[in-house]
Design a protein around this ligand. Structure first.
Ligand code: AMP
Ligand code: ZN
Ligand code: FE
Ligand code: FE
Length: 284
């Protein structure tokens, strides 16, 4: 059976704009049957999303998006993980702590550039969420320093920007192995955005497959048709599953849940639906 799904979504538990239950209601209204909540470095939104899913009649898969060190950064999605897994939870807690420690250093750089911002401005945007650059960007917009989030990233926060601060990240193979060890299935997020050519990607995917990688997020709104075709062939050759995710952080950021679904739905292979069927649904 085929059904509509979106396996890459962020809530306010990380840097998305909607609460987990608000996001689930929005996805149900957009006729998505299965979604994965894949917040950065946290599973804090999964329980609320699971409860909301039961009310909305859609299926929510527990997920997480990990960052790893590779030419700057790449992202690994973990699906069907056990949110209570002790090793995973300890790792995520550590990553969130590194995120928190990074904020005052970003603020310090901004102040040295003459921007009147303090750590409290960012803390107010993040609330109890794991803080990230998008929260700094929102604070800059609220303070009237930047016109919008793109302006904030473009002028200050991008990797090559004057207020960029990195954080310590695990090797990609460790992120994949951690997800596999906690009962989840690991998928390489937005592979077309890593800055590798086809051969480079194939080498990376092959290496990560040895550590338990299950798939590539071939269907991604920012991927062009040539990239999608290449990723699909790569999946077929390496026995990896090709997944779809919008990476929505809230509709007002221009990429709503389900973005690009109409374009990709006719291309999604049978094995992708089987893969989703094999993942555990979030329980209450
Ligand atoms: P961080 O997790 O703190 O390294 O911040 C990275 C996150 O910032 C990404 O996951 C995106 O959600 C977000 N991001 C990157 N570029 C932009 C942009 N130009 N506008 C809004 N959000 C962005
Ligand atoms: Zn994000
Ligand atoms: Fe990502
Ligand atoms: Fe994401």
């Amino acid at each position: 059976m085929s059904f509509s799904f979106d396996l890459h979504l962020h809530s306010a538990a990380s840097d998305g704009s909607q609460s987990p239950s608000g996001l689930v209601a929005d996805c149900a209204a957009r006729n998505l049957a299965v979604i994965a909540l894949s917040d950065h470095d946290t599973v804090d939104g999964v329980a609320e999303a699971g409860n909301a899913a039961i009310r909305s009649g859609i299926r929510v898969i527990a997920a997480v998006e990990l960052s790893a060190d590779f030419r700057g950064e790449l992202h690994i999605l973990g699906y069907g993980i056990d949110p209570g897994d002790a090793r995973l939870e300890a790792f995520l807690r550590g990553q969130r702590e590194k995120r928190r420690l990074r904020i005052p250093r970003i603020v310090e750089k901004l102040r040295a550039l003459g921007v009147p911002i303090c750590a409290g401005d960012v803390a107010r945007e993040a609330g109890s969420a794991a803080p990230g650059r998008p929260h700094v960007a929102r604070a800059l917009v609220r303070l009237g320093v930047c016109a919008d989030m793109d302006d904030a990233f473009g002028r200050y926060l991008n990797r090559d920007g004057p207020a960029y601060v990195g954080r310590e990240l695990p090797p990609p193979a460790d992120a994949v192995a951690l997800i596999a060890a906690s009962g989840g299935r690991a998928v390489l997020a937005h592979p077309g955005c890593i800055g590798l050519d086809g051969a480079g990607l194939e080498t990376l995917a092959g290496r990560l497959a040895d550590y338990g990688l299950s798939g590539l997020e071939a269907f991604y709104p920012a991927h062009n048709d040539v990239q999608v075709g290449r990723l699909l062939r790569m999946c077929r050759r390496a026995g990896l599953v090709a997944t779809y995710g919008s990476d929505s952080h809230g509709p007002e950021r221009g990429v709503p849940p389900g973005a690009g679904w109409e374009r990709f739905a006719p291309l999604i292979p049978r094995v992708t639906y089987d893969f989703i069927d094999s993942l555990a649904t979030t329980k209450e």
